[in-house]
Design a protein around this ligand. Sequence first.
Ligand code: HEC
Ligand code: HEC
Length: 218
Amino acid sequence: MKVSLWNAWPLALCSTAAFAQAPAWFELKPDLRAALAAKGDAKRGAGVFELCEACHRKDGAGRAKGNFPALAGQHASVLMKQLADIRAGRRFNPVMQAVIDDPSITAQDVADVAAYAQSLPVRGEHDKGPGKALAPGKRLYERDCASCHGAAGQGQAAQFYPRVAAQHYPYLVREVQMIRDGQRRNSHPEMVAVVKRYSVADIEAVADYMAQFPVPGK
Ligand code: HEC
Ligand code: HEC
């Protein structure tokens, strides 16, 4: 196994009080703890983001086909957890692996790029889905998902719950499938239990509904 500088980042520089403790549903590994302890500098993060633009685009909007998710406006806490999980192989992402495996990327870089991506404006030009299953999608979402992801898909930064509003429909479909089928590990066990019961039609309906949420801040 490769030793990464990320794990070696000094933890005691400063601490981010809001994220001093991880919620009970996942173990705070040293890589993420180091990124959370660093104070994200969005200005510096703009430089780091150059590594990401080829896939996630300069404005962080991702691509409508959904193979590259939107990052703009996502909670920095969520972005840092995802980066740590992808880097550690806890989340299967062969396309991005080589980029994020670069040992010169430090915990500070991760905190900075997360602060930058969170600060990017959300334009709302994502793939909003077919819009044909909104009624069943709404029923499922409100029953099974809203308690964590929020009534308008806003997520919860302090709990590491992603914002699902303004995300591409095909990406939402794929992620729920991956969560259901165990390809996206280190997810919330309560969510995994819920989506295990979902058929493809249920997943498409709930994603259809999520993709239509009003754009945050508009
Ligand atoms: C070579 C293309 C590529 C590059 C470059 C790349 N990514 Fe990604 N990224 C992807 C793909 C593909 C996925 C989605 C994988 C999946 O389907 O789960 C992804 C997913 C993510 C996610 C998870 C998003 C979510 O909503 O869960 C984050 C965060 C992320 N990338 C951040 C970055 C950052 C920051 C950089 C630059 C340091 C970067 N990526 C560079 C291809 C790339
Ligand atoms: C108990 C809280 C909880 C519930 C209930 C829940 N989720 Fe999640 N969801 C999470 C967390 C936490 C994550 C991030 C997991 C990780 O870190 O990889 C997540 C991630 C996701 C993602 C990936 C977002 C991204 O940007 O990559 C999607 C899509 C999603 N959830 C959809 C759903 C749907 C649909 C439901 C209802 C059927 C649901 N969730 C129910 C907590 C929850």
